[in-house]
Design a protein. Sequence first.
Length: 474
Amino acid sequence: MFQDIEFGEISAEVELEINPQLITKGFYKYCDIIDNILNKHHFLILGNKGTGKSIIGEHLRLSEGLQDDKSYLFCQSVNLAQFPYKSFNKIISGQSDPETKFPTTWKWILLIYILRSFNKDSGISCDNSIGFNNAVETFKKIGLIPAELHEIALLASKNNFRIKLPIFEASFDSSNTIGGELHYLHMVSYLENTICQISSPNKHLLIIDGLDDILSSREIQYQSLTALISEAQQVNRIMRDNNVPFKVIVLCRKDLYRRLPGPNKNKITRSFSIDLDWYQDQVDIKDKEIYKLTLYRSSISGEQGDIFGIYFPAKIKEKHPAQYLLEYTRYTPRDFLQLLTYIKKTTKEDSVRSSDIISGIKEYSQKYFWPEIEDELDGYISKNDVRSFKLVLIELNKRQFMLNELIELALKHGLSNIDFHKIMETLYECGAISNMFKSNGHSKFQSRLKDDNDFNPGFPIVLHRGMHKALNMG
């Protein structure tokens, strides 16, 4: 029955806790993404919020163990949500610019994770086994193995932090501001040379997630993340060139990646990234990946066949039911599966009625879609201002409007401290609004999610259907 289908939870973390089977057995292999990660050169997974980045990371982590080819998959995961960027900035002391010291710092940290992973692998061999063992034991003694990422940053940023590797025949002291960066460069070189002499029949992954949480943060954090992605690509190249079976995977939101500084972003995007784009314009609804994902998820609950053909009306306002429902989403798996979950809650009979769909859309829009929009605005305006902004939209009572109309009404309510251009750009980035323009006498729409165009404050603004419904405008 439709009510028995488990479509999924609101996030990968909740799904992992409540229904981990959906991450293991229910994982939909979008465009052979797991094979691309494990066996090809792609390492940067880009996607908007809700496109499945964290699900990919959790699936890989839960896949750790013996594989079908008899190799063993070792998987480490780190989350940058609570990463101490201020401490990270202090690891290499001195007056060097972030562009100079951040890459070295990240490479040093990544090499520590490589050491830690291969130290668990009983199948490795290393031409420099003495150097490998010395490095591992040294990092164990000072607490860097098996420390978590934030612990490494906090420990290494202390003034009295000291490292002594026998191969150096000297001590490294982080308080030595003149030679600090040079010592780190020597240490990185030593670790890299040692690791490049490792061989193993197994595979090792380091998955880095949690970049979503710094969308409204400072430039120093953006510089740090730029260095991380660049060094991940460099480390992967070095490992690949030396046949060392280790790979760094970075999960990153597309809107954050666009904000990062750096000259090599386009090269990395074109050559080393996978874009989780579920929109697929000009593709028949039944051939869309998001449609196939839904049927696959329903099959895990024992439902065989096309649930839209079995349970839903043949047409909703002259459209295929899945196509109609997608228009209330941002074309992401999370939105679509959550919408189906709300419709499931309102359905009492064996089949889904039109009234169930209407009620489900309303519940979804008010209890899921608008709170998601509030989360996007968090960090740009206060909670109180978000509530005031919502009231202004309701009073405006238009799905289509000009920005100056909104600002004029907001000023009447005393909301002069809000940067409405920034808010609109944020809403545009997350798919809550789009622009309308005229072309050859016809109205056309542009949005970040559908065609990747930038927000134009001079064009009419159109509210997303889900946002429109959440505000009780239609």
